[in-house]
Design a protein around this ligand. Structure first.
Ligand code: FAD
Ligand code: NAP
Length: 470
């Protein structure tokens, strides 16, 4: 008998209460933070975390930029959660394909969905499917070794590129494109991405926002990193900054400090010479993409931009309104970075008009009373915005609701839990990866990284992961 099972049985028999079983779908921050709260506040709970990939951590592994290792330290907390005897990780199980929500609700006392936002929003404009119009999400997945993005076709042979959107993902993409290879070499960026970026000819990168400097979605730390990049000059446009400095006094922190930094950088860019830099970062404002221009081979040659005006009362909520003026920006590569979106993994789920699973304080409307209650947390429930800290706050809140509900639950019947789910999964999928399997992959990646002087070299193929995890 395994130590985990022994401890669990002891717990089951030494307490008079039944062990509540919770299934969490998605091993990203929301899933782990919820598990953390549940184990602290409901010590007799048993938690199974089901994850689509053979490896845990969601966007911490596949989203957070490789040059931000300090952000990835939360993995240590999550590892402690997973190593508790009453928490299990089961990787390589996809909700919707391998198992249905109704089945989980049958075999658990509560089901928490934390499967994030895996797709990206599209613009819906002409030639969006042209070669070299790339989703920032795919580029991020590519440099971070996400198996589904490892074969992304990207042509970095052109001089000028543009990013549409001015959020932190856009700045991550910009920094990776404009950083020196020497800096990136020390990170856990995938080797194939490093080799491709080493050959990049991109010298000039536009960051295009539909609104103004007072409405940017990126934050100060990320902007500071960008404008401090070695051998890269940031060039702002004078016309975009009319009235911005005067508006600063009325701004609240943190936007005030962010705007002060932009104005300072704008003034410096005006006084410094533009000569002698390897690369140029060029934010431009009040422009929306109208259509992508392509040649006869459907290769990108530029973007037609509509010039916007702002309308509305409060500064941050001002909306961009198109004018009749149109501009052409010549470029051979564009990244669309206008936000992520969640997908409907199971027909049972209802999404609201904002693309979120309809929920009230994390409780998903439950019309089948005899099945377990269902909850949602993280980006799937809040929308694809917010840093890890926000996701943590939301996961704790929803987990608190689950604890309250489970404490009230008087159902005396013991549910089948993963033993039953396994029977369904084994019909199609023989490779469930448990925490020990992940530890083997982790060890392998760290060893491979050492050979190259990197913190890790990620395994990017599912088959290889499964081979190592056995
Ligand atoms: P996710 O992290 O996406 O986790 C969802 C998990 O569910 C994934 O493991 C996924 O594989 C799994 N899953 C998906 N579908 C299924 C399915 N059908 N069945 C089973 N499992 C499934 N925040 C910071 O604080 N600092 C940063 O530097 C930072 N960088 C970021 C960079 C990028 C590019 C992005 C997009 C976000 C970044 N964030 C950062 C925000 C942070 O990543 C999110 O707040 C957080 O990851 C959201 O957590 P989540 O658990 O809701 O979703
Ligand atoms: P985001 O912060 O919501 O930014 C999206 C950007 O796209 C905004 O500039 C938005 O402009 C623009 N946009 C949206 N629709 C558009 C359209 N139709 N046309 C033109 N522009 C459009 O999203 P994100 O960058 O994907 O980031 C997601 C979350 O992850 C954020 O909370 C972010 O802070 C977090 N994150 C954090 C880090 C970090 O901490 N280092 C790194 C990456 C991501 P409008 O404002 O005009 O809508």
């Amino acid at each position: 008998m395994s130590f985990k099972l022994y401890k669990l049985l002891c717990r089951t028999f030494t307490t008079s209460t039944r062990v509540p079983q919770v299934c969490i779908v998605g091993a990203g921050p929301a899933g782990f933070y919820a598990a953390m709260h549940l184990t602290k506040n409901l010590p007799q709970v048993k938690i199974d975390i089901i994850e689509k990939l053979p490896v845990p951590f969601g966007l911490i592994r596949y989203g957070v930029a490789p040059d931000h290792p300090e952000v990835k330290n939360v993995i240590n907390q999550f590892t402690k959660v997973a190593q508790q005897p009453n928490v299990n990780f089961y990787g390589n199980i996809t909700l919707g394909n391998d198992v249905k929500i109704s089945q989980l609700r049958q075999y658990y006392d509560a089901v928490l969905l934390t499967y994030g936002a895996e797709e990206d929003r599209i613009l819906g404009i002409e030639n969006e499917d042209a070669k070299n119009v790339i989703a920032a999400r795919s580029f991020v997945g590519w440099y971070n070794g996400l198996p589904s993005d490892k074969d992304l076709k990207i042509d970095l042979s052109g001089h000028t590129a543009a990013i549409l959107g001015q959020g932190n993902v856009a700045l991550d993409v910009a920094r990776i494109l404009l950083s020196s290879i020497e800096e990136l070499k020390k990170t856990d960026i995938t080797e194939y991405a490093l080799n491709t970026l080493a050959e990049s000819k991109v010298k000039e990168l536009y960051l295009i926002g539909r609104r103004g400097p007072l409405q940017v979605a990126f934050t100060i730390k990320e902007l500071r990193e960008q404008i401090k990049l070695k051998n890269c000059k940031t060039i702002w446009r004078e016309q975009d900054f009319v009235g911005v400095e005067n508006a600063i006094t009325n701004l609240q922190r943190p936007r005030k400090r962010l705007t002060e930094l932009m104005v300072k950088s704008f003034k410096e860019s005006q006084t410094q010479s533009n000569v002698g830099f390897d690369k140029y970062f060029k934010p431009i404002f009040f422009r929306s993409p109208r259509k992508f221009i392509v040649n006869e081979k459907k290769e990108l040659t530029g973007i037609e931009l509509t010039c916007n005006e702002l309308q509305g009362e409060t500064l941050e909520e001002k909306k961009s309104v198109p004018t009749d003026k149109i501009e052409l920006l010549r470029c051979s590569l564009v990244f669309r970075s206008i936000g992520y979106r969640s997908v409907k993994a199971d027909d049972e789920l209802k999404f609201d008009s904002n693309g979120l699973v309809t929920n009230n304080r994390g409780i998903v409307e439950n019309n089948t009373e005899d099945l377990a209650k269902m909850y949602v947390a993280g980006w799937l429930g809040t929308g694809p915005v917010g840093v890890i800290l926000h996701t943590m706050g939301n996961a704790f809140q929803v987990a608190k609701v689950i604890v309250e509900d489970l404490k009230k639950d008087n159902n005396p019947h013991l549910k089948g839990g993963f033993e039953e789910v396994k029977k369904i999964i084994l019909q199609n999928n023989y490779h469930v990866v448990d925490w020990k399997g992940w530890e083997k992959i982790d060890k392998y990646e760290i060893e491979q990284g050492k050979l190259k002087g990197k913190p890790r070299e990620k395994v990017c193929s599912i088959e290889k992961m499964l081979e190592i995890a056995v």
